[in-house]
Design a protein around this ligand. Structure first.
Ligand SMILES: C[S@@+](CC[C@H](N)C(=O)[O-])C[C@H]1O[C@@H](n2cnc3c(N)ncnc32)[C@H](O)[C@@H]1O
Length: 286
């Protein structure tokens, strides 16, 4: 097994995988139906024909660029396992900052009542479900334009035991919701990559992740512009708008929110790499 792993890691490295050794271990553990950590006590074992065949097939797909999360059918987010399929964006560690920023504000609100929030572009449901897990009184309306993604999100909510507190809605941003000030917060990790950036994206992302989850018009700002426009009428006075974005669009997105007469001055929080990542503003009280 040790030699098989070494050979595979070298091969994946030649195929330009980012983390070849880790990928090889995860795919072998999946083929053997065991945990990755268990491989370390089994290094001297010979892998039987059936798991070896499974492993070879997975490695072939990985070498062609298919992300490991899709091959495993799961990805960890905020220390929980989420089912993922090629219909949903693979949850990113950066998005945990969106969750933390939302929790910081919602915990305060939860002291006096049950917060109501909306998650726009829910994808796998990772943001909506994590917030519901962390705040037992929270109710979430989770919106998604892709019906196939909604199926995955609903499965994750069921599996993680929060389905009764999340309403999944198929819709285009906030347009399907009435213009009533219902929410204490609207959170979103919308698509924010400009079509102009397409040639710069890694192959694994461009070829395998859903383009509806990545791109938002030429400059990447279509969804953020629309959210800033649609959110005020659905937020309670003093309610929070929290949007994840990428460093490329950070200045332009901040200017869009700062230009809205309905919000107080926005703030930007950085991720662990010190890159601007979360845009936050409060609806004015009037
Ligand atoms: C960047 S992904 C985020 C997914 C998930 N919330 C996460 O953080 O991993 C954006 C999601 O928004 C959805 N989406 C794109 N345009 C939308 C729209 N106009 N209305 C609702 N959802 C949309 C995509 O299908 C995708 O699931």
């Amino acid at each position: 097994m040790g030699r098989l792993l070494k050979w595979t890691a070298d091969y994946l490295q030649q195929q330009k995988a980012d983390s070849p050794r880790l990928d090889a271990e995860l795919l072998l553990a999946q083929s053997l139906g065991c945990k990755r950590i268990e491989l370390y006590t089994r290094f001297d074992e010979v892998v039987a024909d059936e798991p070896r065949g499974k492993f070879r097939n997975l490695v072939k797909q990985r070498a062609s660029g298919m992300p490991v999360a899709y091959l495993l059918g799961r990805k960890e987010f905020y220390s929980r396992d989420f089912r993922v399929t090629p219909d949903v964006l693979i949850p990113r560690p950066e998005t945990e900052h969106l969750v933390i920023a939302a929790l910081d504000r919602l915990r305060e609100i939860a002291k006096t009542g049950a917060p109501q929030i909306c998650d726009v572009g829910t994808g796998s449901g990772c943001v909506a479900i994590t917030l519901a897990k962390e705040l037992p009184t929270l109710h979430v309306t989770a919106i998604e334009i892709s019906p196939a993604a909604l199926v995955v999100a609903a499965e994750n909510a069921e599996k993680l035991g929060v389905a009764e507190r999340i309403e999944f809605v198929e819709g285009d941003l906030l347009t399907t919701l009435p213009e009533t000030p219902a929410f204490d917060a609207i959170v979103s990790n919308p698509p924010y990559i400009g079509l102009v950036e397409k040639p710069t994206l890694p192959r694994d992302v461009l070829q395998f992740e859903p383009h509806g989850a990545l791109f938002s018009g030429e400059d990447g700002l279509d969804a953020i512009r629309a959210l800033v426009d649609q959110a005020p009428s659905r937020l309670k006075p003093g309610g929070w708008l929290l949007i994840e974005f990428g460093p490329v669009v950070a200045d332009a997105a901040t200017a869009i929110l700062a230009g809205s007469p309905h919000f107080e001055t926005p703030t930007v929080e950085k991720d662990l790499a010190k890159l601007p990542r979360i845009l936050i503003a409060r609806r004015k009280a009037n």
